[in-house]
Write a protein that binds this ligand. Structure first.
Ligand code: ATP
Ligand code: MG
Length: 566
């Protein structure tokens, strides 16, 4: 491509709401154009990057035996009613009616559509397994679209769905997809981690997220210092503590604790480690048709993990409650404990099962119980609801957990029969018995990946594309287009590189060298061949965008040198 004819509208100004490097540079370097909140047009450079990512995905999916399809973007609302997800998805679903008043939804994900396509067409175990995928625009009316391509309302996703006759076969395919996703991200030149994820309300027997490591990531992941274990904090597990603080010595007693309202006050009052205090976090669990106050108990040194808490209740959402609401139920904020209290549902963290020497609220103004033995509450509902802390012990080895930030670029899921059962998608097994398909689902955020590459690869000048994602691999810069020898060499190299199938840009614009160089760095071509004054001595420079180093090569060797580099 000749830069003089290319549509690459670079600017000095970043969008006023842009805080992430990818949002700033993809806008400034002329890759994307915002049209409304969460809606972007892809300009030529972005389109090229997206195609590269899609090609790599297609190649790896084909190798793994998956087939590409394309499902309609407009999906009948009836399918969403059939699966029951029309309520669950709530306002993220964009609904509208056609001229005949039929209700439709813009597809935010395509489980229902894929199951609908396969049901009644695949009818025997002999036709299984199959794995179908598409790369397609999705629409989710996100509450807070932000960060450019990272969280758009319209975005591109690769979504795949596999159908199996048994759980064992689904497990095998899940592992194969994990391996394929690993290859895709490695080929894209990304530093990533595959972590255990929250399977959420959908259930299923397991899911993993693919996290691109970047300080700007929205997700916090816990990683082990010794083994491969990594998990989203929403799902992270830990082993019991190895060093336990010294227990307070006291008889079981109700103790007057004036003005002690917070957990910090309590620890100060009794001079005890937070390990021995019990914290109550009251929340309202919201279900489809009703809601209720739920009391979550964790150790004072721990914090409630809200996603775990939500899963433990099966609620669609958990929201805050006011002190007034608690008092109306007969609860005493600041002094709520699990003993002798039947006002609201409890969920107690598993780490508190059979805990001894505990201090907790006595459900009475200004009173706490001391030396509580939780084994008296062995019948209560215990669940893993506490967030892991940095320094906690890995659940698989004796390493310690630390936190790092990641961008979720993919999510693979063992669905089981969740959708096939409700949507009555069945096949006949070897004994002629009808069974729902056992399914897996595999998502990857294609447009989010474009942003993730830049979050991981940029500097203060702009984008640094990896070799497999770069919109153009080589930029040939003619420093001064009035110098005929410079132009001639530029044209010659341009023709030679094109003939060698190298994706090359020829910067033949009548602009100052400094301006063109800033542009090249902002866009992030991996290599720029600078044809300048040194040409008089038979030399040109090769500028490496990643290392920011330039070195001279003779004009006769530059072609072979570039071919070596790429
Ligand atoms: P998130 O937690 O970030 O909202 P999700 O769990 O809703 O993601 P999935 O439904 O698993 O995401 O979708 C599969 C993939 O699609 C995600 O891993 C992510 O890469 C991408 N994705 C999801 N929502 C968006 C969005 N609003 N903009 C861009 N990409 C997205
Ligand atoms: Mg989401």
């Amino acid at each position: 491509m000749r830069r003089s004819r290319a549509f690459i509208p670079t600017t000095k100004e970043a969008p006023s709401d842009a805080s992430l490097a990818s949002h700033i540079y993809l806008s400034r370097a002329g890759f994307i154009s915002q049209v409304a909140s969460g809606l972007y047009s892809y300009m030529p450079l972005a389109k090229r990057v997206i195609k590269k990512i899609e090609n790599i995905i297609n190649e790896e999916m084909t190798k793994a035996g998956a087939e590409e399809v394309e499902l309609s973007f407009v999906t009948p609302a009836s399918l969403w009613q059939e699966s029951g997800r029309i309520e669950k998805f709530g306002k993220e679903l964009l609904r509208f009616r056609d001229r005949k008043e039929n209700l439709f939804v813009l597809g935010p994900t395509h489980e229902e559509m894929m199951v609908d396509m396969v049901r009644n067409r695949v009818t025997s175990y002999k036709q299984l397994p199959i794995n179908l995928y598409q790369i397609k625009t999705k629409f989710r009316d996100e509450a807070r679209p932000r960060f450019g391509l990272m969280r758009g309302r319209e975005f591109i996703m690769k979504d795949g769905y596999s159908f199996h006759a048994s759980v064992a076969d689904m497990d095998r395919e899940f592992d194969a997809m994990e391996a394929a996703y690993k290859t895709i991200l490695t080929r894209l030149g990304l530093d990533f981690r595959i972590v255990e994820a929250d399977s959420g309300a959908i259930g299923g027997s397991g899911s993993k997220e693919l996290m691109v490591l970047a300080g700007s990531g929205e997700d916090t992941i816990a990683v082990c210092s010794k083994c491969e274990y990594g998990a989203n904090v929403e799902a992270a597990k830990r082993s019991g503590r190895v060093t336990i603080p010294e227990a307070p010595v006291a008889e079981f007693n109700k103790f007057k604790t004036p003005n002690v309202k917070s957990i910090e006050d309590l620890e100060e009052f009794f001079k005890v480690d937070g390990y021995y205090t019990m914290k109550c976090v009251a929340k309202r669990a919201v279900y489809e048709d009703d809601s209720e106050v739920v009391l979550f108990f964790v150790r004072g040194c721990d914090t409630l993990q809200e996603v775990k808490a939500q899963n433990a209740t099966g609620a669609l959402d958990i929201v805050d409650v006011s002190e007034e609401e608690l008092r109306e139920l007969g609860l005493i904020p600041g002094f709520i404990g699990p003993l002798e209290q039947g006002c609201a549902k409890h969920v107690i963290d598993i780490d508190l099962r059979d805990a001894k020497s505990m201090i907790c609220g006595a459900n009475e103004e200004e009173y706490h119980f001391v030396n509580v033995d939780m084994s008296v509450m062995s019948e209560a509902y215990y669940a893993d609801i506490a967030a892991v802390n940095e320094g906690d012990i890995c659940p698989y080895c004796n390493g310690t957990l630390s936190f790092t930030k990641g961008i979720e670029v993919g999510h693979i899921f063992k669905l089981g029969t969740t959708y096939s059962a409700v949507l009555k998608a069945e096949f006949l097994d070897e004994n002629g018995k009808a069974q729902p398909f056992v399914m897996g689902t595999y998502g990857m955020g294609v447009s989010r990946l474009v942003a993730a590459v830049i979050e991981q690869h940029h500097d203060d000048k702009g984008c640094i594309w990896t070799k497999t994602t770069a919109p153009y691999m080589v930029n040939i810069m003619i420093s001064n287009i009035k110098e005929t020898p410079q132009v001639e060499l530029g044209e010659e190299l341009y023709a030679k590189l094109q003939a060698a199938h190298v994706e090359v840009m020829l910067d033949d614009r009548k602009e100052r060298f400094g301006f063109k160089m800033n542009d090249a760095e902002l866009i992030g071509f991996p290599y720029t061949i600078i044809i300048g004054k040194e040409l008089e001595n038979g030399l040109v420079q090769i500028f490496d965008r990643k290392t920011k180093e330039s070195f001279s090569v003779s004009k006769d060797e530059v072609f072979s040198k570039i071919m070596d580099l790429i």
